[in-house]
Design a protein around this ligand. Structure first.
Ligand code: HEC
Ligand code: HEC
Ligand code: HEC
Ligand code: HEC
Ligand code: HEC
Ligand code: HEC
Ligand code: HEC
Ligand code: HEC
Length: 411
């Protein structure tokens, strides 16, 4: 080492170290790391670039994002960085994910994700259309723990008969609220928190739920609109403050309930939930409604909510009356079902679904009018209980007696 100055060796060593650090930073910093909760400097820079360019290319996306609650805390890349399993899109020098899933949201909102996926807004909504086949074993097992009744089934017969296009554009658009995602997660948060606002205000508006909860088979939005709750909401909208954060929501912010108040929100300190089944006592969507597991405890939770605004006697009478409709419609379906079962047993009808007019008549009977009567009764919709419900049931019961005689050649 004679002749080499010691300080030159030190300077050389420092330089080498700096170069190695810079190299390591450049290599690791370029890759989005979904495991980290804090942004790397590179990610933050990338985010600035997304906004800069997208303000020009798709201004509405940046504007709505900036008006929403996220802009203060997070950036584009926090949601659009790929998780393991997600399809990566090479995009202007970055690796981003095109379809942000519930899995991406769950990185920061784990509790909401758990609640959503244990409800029927999770996997059961998708098995209703596609059956269990699209789910991984892990996804299936998780949902089965909460909904054994809804998981073990094949693709829906009507969907199959109507074809792929009908399922994609029809059933799928509503039911994908619980579809499986490539990253292993289930569900679709942005059906209620629309992009790029992602606000609670929007999710509390009845119209948001009404995108799927409408029509003759589940007329919840129409029932709500005619109910006194819907009328107060519409006529006193100025008194409502739907922006308030969930933990502080009171009856002063919400003098009458919207869908979310009864099914998700916590009023006056009561707990909020993304499990919309927690307050339901019966399977109203079924042809013949049975009580849910834990149904009466669920009902008590719902009553607690009503009691913020109503006297106990009012609420008890309300449920007693609604239960009368439930029992009566169960009886009506049982009567018509017995006629149908007889026609199958005697070989008058083939076992294939939806290949004979009587099968469509029967489907309409319970799927439209029975459901409508029940939903009307439990959500303050008199017209739906009566003219769209019980009246149709009486009329069609008589028609079924005729159908029975006709098909058997007795007339
Ligand atoms: C230099 C401009 C530019 C930058 C930087 C940029 N984008 Fe884009 N991005 C675009 C344009 C233009 C489109 C529309 C492409 C098209 O019409 O097919 C687009 C489309 C997208 C899409 C939709 C892709 C699809 O096919 O549906 C996503 C998601 C996206 N950008 C996210 C991001 C994110 C996140 C960042 C930051 C990491 C980013 N972009 C950075 C210009 C940019
Ligand atoms: C809170 C999470 C989140 C944030 C933050 C976010 N996005 Fe998105 N983005 C989504 C979701 C969810 C979708 C819809 C994905 C789907 O289902 O197709 C989406 C879709 C998009 C699309 C395609 C939309 C279309 O209609 O073509 C673009 C482009 C995009 N985002 C750009 C951005 C940009 C730019 C930013 C930052 C200003 C940003 N995103 C911030 C969640 C987010
Ligand atoms: C990187 C973390 C992160 C990701 C990813 C993320 N969020 Fe958030 N989100 C936050 C923070 C921080 C807040 C504001 C503080 C709070 O309310 O918890 C927030 C607030 C919210 C709120 C409350 C809005 C309000 O009006 O008060 C909703 C709703 C929400 N996020 C939905 C989503 C959805 C849906 C996705 C996925 C598409 C998502 N978030 C992805 C961090 C995130
Ligand atoms: C994208 C469509 C969609 C939106 C938006 C939506 N839902 Fe649903 N909802 C469904 C589907 C599909 C089901 C049926 C799930 C199944 O198969 O049991 C359902 C079921 C329900 C149930 C019954 C759950 C059970 O355990 O039987 C309730 C209650 C409910 N939704 C309330 C709401 C409320 C409140 C909102 C708005 C805050 C809302 N939904 C928004 C599609 C939607
Ligand atoms: C406009 C949105 C929408 C469309 C389109 C739609 N559904 Fe539904 N579906 C719902 C909602 C909302 C419920 C929940 C009804 C309730 O609990 O009152 C539901 C309930 C169901 C149920 C009963 C719940 C269960 O899990 O067993 C089945 C089965 C079902 N849908 C299958 C289908 C099939 C198959 C199609 C297409 C042929 C379809 N749906 C089209 C919104 C929709
Ligand atoms: C059926 C509609 C619906 C779906 C689907 C949904 N949310 Fe929500 N979410 C709501 C409603 C309604 C509120 C506000 C409840 C209230 O009134 O306090 C809310 C509130 C929130 C909040 C605010 C919580 C707080 O305490 O500040 C976050 C965060 C959130 N949701 C995230 C998510 C995420 C993540 C997903 C997907 C895993 C999701 N939501 C799916 C309807 C929905
Ligand atoms: C005043 C409170 C209240 C409001 C407001 C309300 N609901 Fe309900 N909802 C109920 C009650 C009570 C039931 C019956 C619960 C049971 O089974 O015990 C119910 C039942 C349901 C069901 C049937 C679940 C099944 O078993 O098939 C759905 C779906 C639903 N509501 C969605 C909605 C939607 C969407 C809105 C808004 C358009 C809404 N609700 C408004 C209280 C309410
Ligand atoms: C946030 C407050 C609030 C909640 C929660 C609430 N309601 Fe109401 N309710 C109202 C208001 C306000 C009216 C309109 C009063 C009127 O018609 O004079 C109303 C009206 C009614 C009516 C019609 C009363 C009549 O005399 O015509 C019934 C029935 C009813 N509610 C039942 C319920 C049930 C059952 C629940 C719980 C599942 C509930 N409400 C939850 C505020 C509420």
């Amino acid at each position: 080492m004679k002749g080499v100055k010691w300080y030159l060796v030190v300077i050389f060593a420092i330089l080498i170290t700096l170069v190695l650090f810079a190299l390591a930073y450049a290599l690791t910093g370029m890759r989005p790391d979904s495991g980290k909760s804090r942004l790397t400097a590179e990610e933050a820079r990338a985010a600035g670039k997304c906004v800069q360019c997208h303000r020009r290319e798709t201004p509405a996306i940046v504007e709505t994002f900036e008006k929403g609650p996220h802009a203060e805390y997070i950036n584009c890349f926090d949601c659009h960085k790929p998780l393991p399993g997600q399809e990566v899109m090479e995009h202007k020098g970055f690796e981003v994910v095109r379809v942000v899933t519930a899995g991406n949201c769950a990185e920061c909102h784990a509790e909401e994700y758990r609640e959503l996926t244990r409800s029927r807004h999770g996997a059961p909504a998708w098995t209703a259309v596609m059956g269990k086949e699209p789910f991984t074993q892990a996804q299936y097992d998780y949902a089965y723990r909460y909904h054994p009744e809804a998981m073990d089934r094949g693709p829906n017969a009507l969907g199959q008969l109507e074809g792929v296009g009908a399922v994609e554009n029809g059933c799928g658009t509503c039911h994908e609220i619980g579809a499986p995602n490539a990253d292993g997660s289930v569900g679709n948060c942005n059906k209620c928190h629309l992009r790029h606002y992602f606000s609670v205000e929007e999710a509390r508006e009845p119209e948001t739920c009404g995108a799927c909860h409408l029509g003759p088979d589940h007329s919840q939005i129409e029932i709500y609109e005619e109910s006194s709750h819907g009328i107060v909401y519409r006529t006193k909208r100025g008194d409502f403050n739907l922006k308030v954060e969930p933990a502080r929501l009171t009856t002063e912010d919400m003098p009458a309930p919207t869908c979310s108040t009864c099914h998700l929100s916590g009023l006056n300190g009561g707990g909020m939930t993304h499990d919309v089944g927690e307050r339901l006592s019966y399977y109203l969507f079924a042809a013949i409604s049975a009580e849910r597991p834990g149904g009466m405890a669920n009902r008590e939770r719902m009553k607690e909510l009503c009691l913020n605004c109503h006297a106990a006697t009012h609420v008890e009478e309300f449920y007693a009356d609604a239960d009368l409709t439930l029992t009566a419609t169960n009886d009506r379906v049982a009567e018509v079902k017995a006629i149908m079962d007889g026609l199958y047993a005697d070989g008058v009808l083939t076992p294939e679904p939806f290949d004979e007019p009587a099968e469509f008549e029967y489907f309409d009977f319970w799927h439209y009018f029975v459901r409508t009567a029940k939903h009307g009764a439990y959500m303050v919709g008199a017209d739906f209980v009566q003219w769209h419900g019980n009246y149709e049931l009486l009329l069609r019961l008589h028609e079924f007696r005729d159908i029975d005689r006709e098909l058997r050649g007795l007339e």
